[in-house]
Ligand binder design. Structure first.
Ligand code: ATP
Ligand code: MG
Length: 213
């Protein structure tokens, strides 16, 4: 594929990405929230955008189906980052990954007495590493969404999830009991494309970098 293909997900990342792309002279010709199209042209003949699930962005870029992509650190850690060059933290879609539990659950005490904890999460890789580093024994239960429900329904004692304002936790009688890491979105680049299409990609990366600063 000649030209540049950029993999983006709809929603918060897309909105915060638009000004960064504009700095590189790239303006999508349609709004993916309104259009059903999954391939969208841009103001530049040589640049197109493909709309994929947030967690699929690294996969498209890894295999070279997209040259560039924007993905959360959460998604990149679960993917593993294989085949991806990650030149820029874009400082967008900021939130934090944390452990949350029902307000009545004494997480510290449970950890202190060495209890085996059932943890529901979409972020199994990050959670496994976090609890292993603390020496806490956990049974991880993989979910694909609505983690907040798990403790309420009796599926797990606690969850690992992303939090920004905390209002979703609060609405479900959960509290953050431990922060794991800060999360933001990064630019990812296919490593082979960076070599083969350097003349095309480097100015786009530089323009985005300038817009971030
Ligand atoms: P899908 O909705 O397709 O299942 P998703 O829930 O991962 O995927 P989004 O909700 O758009 O997709 O989240 C995309 C990215 O935005 C996440 O990977 C994360 O990096 C970041 N993010 C998630 N939740 C928040 C939040 N509450 N505040 C700020 N950024 C967030
Ligand atoms: Mg979501």
């Amino acid at each position: 594929m000649s030209g540049i293909t950029i993999a983006l997900s709809k929603g918060r990342i897309y909105e915060e990405t638009l000004p960064l792309l504009a700095a590189a002279g790239i303006v999508p010709s349609e709004d993916p929230e309104k259009s059903r199209k999954l391939i969208i042209g841009t103001s530049r003949d040589d640049v197109r955008v493909v709309i994929v699930r947030a967690s699929d962005v690294p996969t498209y870029v890894q295999y070279g189906a997209a040259d560039l992509g924007i993905a959360g650190k959460d998604v990149l850690l679960e993917h593993g980052g294989e085949g991806l060059y990650q030149p820029l933290d874009l400082n967008i879609a900021k939130c934090r990954m944390c452990v949350a539990a029902p307000t009545g659950f004494d997480y510290e005490a449970a950890v202190g007495r060495g209890a085996r904890l059932r943890i529901a999460t979409k972020y199994v890789a990050v959670a496994r590493e976090h609890f292993a580093a603390k020496g806490v024994h956990v049974d991880l239960i993989k979910l694909y969404g609505s983690m907040e429900l798990a403790p309420l329904a009796g599926l797990a004692e606690a969850i690992v999830d992303l939090v920004s304002s905390g209002s979703t936790l609060k609405a479900n009688n959960l509290v953050e009991v431990e922060e794991i890491m800060n999360i933001s979105s990064r630019l990812v680049v296919n490593q082979a494309a960076l070599k083969m299409k350097r003349d095309l990609l480097q100015p786009v990366i530089a323009a985005i970098e300038g817009a971030v600063k």
